[in-house]
Design a protein around this ligand. Structure first.
Ligand code: UD1
Ligand code: CA
Length: 448
């Protein structure tokens, strides 16, 4: 039986009080709607149809080709929203899963179980339900004396008695497709002027069909996001979920509540994360590393057995056994080869430090290549920018850059050359020589 998914994302989300459409508010670095899309894709193995309306272009642009899009204009309720997907899906699938873009914690696993339920029953409607103390404005599930589901009543229309019901409708359904497309056309306008998708439940019952409700084991899966308070709750839960998965995969966290790992990040076994570690974007961390406390890494690749203390990395590449911090800043294009050591207050941009190179204290390298085992003395700086253009610096293998050297680019320091403390290097220095002064002059040859 072919299965497809419709994701509702056309509503405005007024209660977010935001210029950003609700479904684009980020949770752990991804737009909220991404999570519903991903879960739907996993169960259906196909591209979901997303119903957009409010800020449609912005939503479409942000989510790209992860979904097919259909416009709902004007937005006349959840039933009306699903109706818009009919031209896309009619005749192409046997079952239709309907979920919301503002329910990011719902797992593919739960959706899979709901689909199973649908496949093993003949009724046209299977739906999730949740029992919770906090009703959060959800529709109430009505049952008859024998416990059969009879319908759903929206909170706004519920009687005082019905408001006491704590069996709630999260709004996640699996429908038989042909039945769905027919039934949608028969929904009546609600007193609020909307077409309620929830009316389909009562409609199926009237036709003598059984509804298959499926209880959600973990109520936090169906937290819908309506306000920024809900957004923060979802962020915490998502973070816990991701952190737990990494701990179970062999990553240690000293204080998981203070570790932020976005969903695109990967980590190796026996890596230890200290509090205040933030791993963003497409960051990959190898095995046996110690990261933090207080380290922020974005879109970077870290090899195995690296130690990073209180540092900030963006777009950097570290090979194995790199040691860094406290207080280093690696910017785009920083490449630290195996065994590099960087001490406090180092900044590296668009530069490669060769294997075993050392840069212990207060230095800046920009647009530079540093050979293996070279030593960058305290306070040394590449002057790579003259106010108009940027120029490269080359530091040869085994070179020793004396403290407080200014390397005025473009310039080359040969292999095993040395500069004296405070040198201002404006012309190339040959290999195996010592240069000192301002501007730096070669004063002697060094033994090979
Ligand atoms: C809906 C359900 C309610 C359920 C609750 C769970 C109906 C009538 N009610 O109510 O029983 O407990 O969800 O969260 O279905 N949307 C559109 N187009 C529209 C209207 C809504 O795409 O015209 C989208 C919204 O963007 C959102 C989702 O549908 O993602 C739910 O809409 P919302 O207005 O939040 O429904 P609720 O009133 O919460
Ligand atoms: Ca809602």
């Amino acid at each position: 039986m072919k299965l497809s998914a419709v994701i509702l994302a056309a509503g405005q989300g007024t209660r977010m009080k935001s210029r950003l459409p609700k479904v684009l508010h980020p949770i752990l670095g991804r737009p909220m709607a991404y999570y519903a899309l991903e879960a739907a894709r996993q169960v259906t193995q196909s591209t979901p149809v997303m119903v957009i309306g409010h800020a449609a272009e912005q939503v479409r642009k942000a989510l790209g080709d992860q979904a097919e899009y259909v416009l709902q204009e004007p937005q006349l309720g959840t039933g009306h929203a699903v109706m818009q997907a009919e031209p896309f899906l009619a005749g192409k699938s046997d079952l239709v899963l309907v979920i919301y873009a503002d329910m990011p914690l719902l797992t593919a696993q739960t959706l899979g179980l709901l689909v199973e339920k649908s496949r093993s029953h003949t009724g046209p409607v299977s739906m999730l339900m949740v029992t919770a103390d906090e009703t959060r404005g959800f529709g109430r599930i009505l049952r008859d004396r024998n416990g059969h589901v009879m319908g759903i009543v929206e909170e706004a229309q519920a009687t005082t008695e019905q408001l006491e019901i704590h069996e709630l409708n999260p709004g996640v359904y699996c429908f038989q497709a042909d039945w769905l497309w027919n039934a949608l056309k028969r929904i009546q306008l609600s007193p609020k002027g909307e077409y309620y998708l929830t009316d389909l439940v009562g409609m199926a019952v009237e036709q003598g069909a059984d509804i298959q409700p499926m209880s959600v084991e973990n109520p936090s899966e169906v937290i819908g996001i309506n306000t920024r308070v809900h957004l923060a709750q979802a962020e915490v839960l998502m973070r816990q979920r991701i952190n737990q998965a990494w701990m179970l995969a062999g990553v240690s966290m000293i204080d998981p509540a203070n570790v932020y790992i976005e969903s695109g990040v990967t980590l190796g076994q026996d890596t230890v994360l200290w509090p205040g570690t933030y791993l963003h974007g497409s960051t990959q961390v190898g095995a046996g590393c110690v990261i933090g406390p207080d380290t922020i890494i974005r879109d970077s690749i870290i090899g195995n057995n690296c130690t990073l203390l209180a540092s900030v990395l963006e777009g950097a590449l570290l090979e194995d056994h790199v040691e860094m911090g406290p207080y280093c800043h690696l910017r785009k294009g920083a490449h630290l080869c195996s065994g590099v050591h960087m001490g406090n207050f180092g900044e590296v941009k668009n530069s490669t430090l060769g294997p075993g190179a050392k840069m212990g204290h207060f230095s800046y390298l920009g647009d530079t290549t540093v050979g293996a085992k070279a030593n960058i003395g305290a306070g040394s700086i590449t002057c790579n920018y003259d106010g108009e253009h940027k120029y490269p610096t080359e530091i040869g293998e085994g070179a020793f850059i004396g403290s407080d050297t200014m390397l005025v680019a473009p310039v080359k320091v040969g292999a095993f050359a040395k500069t004296g403390a405070g040198a201002v290097v404006t012309t190339d220095i040959p290999p195996h020589t010592l240069a000192v002064g301002i501007p730096a002059r070669v004063i002697k040859e060094l033994k090979k």
